[in-house]
Design a protein around this ligand. Structure first.
Ligand SMILES: [Zn+2]
Length: 502
């Protein structure tokens, strides 16, 4: 589960993308920058990029790239917006890559520099080799000289070409350059090759010249989407804010999420979704010494817990009509808490003690049990979830930085077992249904990983990308749904959502 593995996955996409033959546009040709091997004569609407499949070393890190126009015209704002929108609804919408700026290039600007010219559209390289390169990407808005068949479908051509060229920007080579290109695809390889292939050879890729839909009509194929997620992570949206801890999230139903984190004032902050997101608001009260943790045990209530500066655990509850003030559950602990609930009259709180063991207190509708030590040697705060009555699964980071698990089956506690991996944060866990578990954690390169228990076996750790400055927080509000949150550098909270797919 090295980061390098994720980077290597990127190559797959490269192989699958390709503007290829401009079947749709008829005869436009991507003109080469200068004569590049394999270029078609002008007029046949082919791309002439220099590089072809994904070069894993050419992926952008960090996953934020500035884009500027070298020669924007007063009359081409609409066309420039088509380009930006086409990239936003494809590569950006389906992954964690972010393409920012889009203004006029300053002298010596780094990032992607787009030149508008009536020649064959092309990119001068793949991925980060384009960083700061003059006219690194050339796009055609007029088609008077090159690609005249686009004159009666300019928006279609501009958008489809933009999606293809930005595939090269992200580091993807032409699909037909792959070694496993079938004989039925007779388009010659063009440009550089990648070093990694993702998925089987993909006729439908926007990077495949043999795609019967020219440039995929500007729509990513399933494999293109798989590839961009494997190289730039799953999509996320910013929730803004200025938070100083990991977020936590509770779901009171399929139409309600409550996200909490510690603010810059060390107090509890909340943002909720009930079909639309509220703004961030402070709930105040006490200074928190840990990230908060929240659970909804029914469709009405929320219980929030955190470590206070005197190392006790504190609770604050939403009764359905009002917030209670903070109340102490005592103890003397060395981590933030976690909480699980399998019903409206049951909560189980876990926390790490000064002995690094797992400690528990449970609530059965009216009173909390005394704190009691279980076992283990925890290197982080724990994470817990209940996927059914009398079932609790607890996770933590172990002393070897792997994620370890212990569960209650209604009768006895299991011992600790390891899910492997190497992480720098505490884990978080959500359950999409009975017997199902999804565990998340942050690795040393600040990316998010997931490991899924399907009732019979663990999937193994899978890279989800992201740029984490905190541990993650996750919840499942409906079958097949996961919502994962983390705090990024600068204090904004980000959300990634799974709806039977990221
Ligand atoms: Zn190309």
């Amino acid at each position: 589960m090295l980061i390098g593995i994720a980077a290597r996955r990127g190559a797959v996409l490269l192989a699958t993308l390709g503007l290829g033959t401009l079947l749709g546009c008829g005869s436009a040709t991507e003109a080469p920058e200068s004569a590049e091997p394999g270029m078609s004569p002008a007029g046949d609407m082919r791309n002439s990029e220099a590089e072809l499949y994904v070069a894993s070393a050419r992926l952008w890190r960090p996953m934020s790239v500035s884009v500027c126009w070298e020669n924007p015209g007063a009359g081409d704002a609409t066309q420039r917006q088509w380009v930006r929108d086409a990239v936003a609804r494809t590569w950006e919408a389906r992954s964690g890559i972010r393409l920012n700026g889009w203004g006029t290039c300053a002298a010596g600007a780094m990032g992607i520099r787009i030149n508008i010219s009536d020649v064959g559209p092309h990119a001068k390289g793949l991925g980060n080799t384009l960083n700061g390169v003059a006219a690194g990407v050339v796009l055609n808005f007029t088609f008077n000289n090159w690609g005249q068949s686009c004159q009666n479908r300019r928006q279609y051509c501009i958008e489809a070409l933009a999606v293809h060229e930005f595939g090269h920007v992200l580091g993807y080579a032409h699909e037909q350059n792959r070694q496993d290109t079938p004989g039925s695809c007779t388009e010659p390889p063009q440009g550089s090759n990648g070093d990694l292939t993702i998925g089987p050879w993909d006729l439908s890729s926007v990077m495949n010249y043999c795609n019967p839909q020219w440039n995929g009509d500007g729509n990513l194929s399933a494999t293109d989407q798989q590839g961009v997620q494997q190289t730039y992570g799953v999509p996320w949206v910013s929730m803004g804010g200025n938070l100083t801890s990991a977020p936590t999230v509770a779901a009171r139903g399929t139409n309600r999420l409550d996200v909490f984190a510690r603010g810059a004032d060390n107090q509890l902050w909340q943002r909720y979704w009930d079909g639309a997101w509220s703004t961030w608001g402070s709930l105040g009260g006490i200074s928190l010494s840990s990230a908060p943790v929240a659970v909804s045990r029914d469709a009405v209530t929320i219980d929030v817990f955190a470590l206070a500066s005197d190392n006790t655990i504190q609770r604050k509850s939403w009764t359905g009509t009002a917030w209670t003030s903070w109340s102490s559950l005592g103890g003397n602990f060395t981590s933030g808490p976690t909480v699980a609930s399998w019903g409206s009259n049951r909560m189980d709180l876990f926390v790490r003690g000064p002995d690094n063991k797992l400690w528990q207190s449970y609530w059965t509708g009216s009173v909390w049990s005394p704190w009691g030590a279980l076992d283990g040697t925890l290197a982080s705060e724990p994470a817990a979830v209940s996927w059914g009555a009398n079932r609790i699964d607890v996770f933590a980071r172990g002393t070897d930085n792997s994620i370890i698990q212990k569960y209650w089956n209604g009768t006895t506690w299991s011992g600790w077992s390891s899910l492997g991996g190497s992480f720098v944060s505490s884990p978080t866990v959500a359950s999409r249904g009975a017997t199902l578990l999804d565990v998340f954690a942050r690795s040393a390169d600040n990316s998010l990983w997931i490991n899924t228990w399907n009732g019979a076996s663990w999937s193994g750790w899978t890279w989800l990308g992201g740029e984490l400055a905190s541990a993650p927080g996750a919840v499942s509000k409906a079958s097949g749904h996961l919502d994962v949150f983390y705090t990024a550098a600068g204090g904004e909270v980000r959300q990634a959502s799974y709806r039977n797919g990221w």
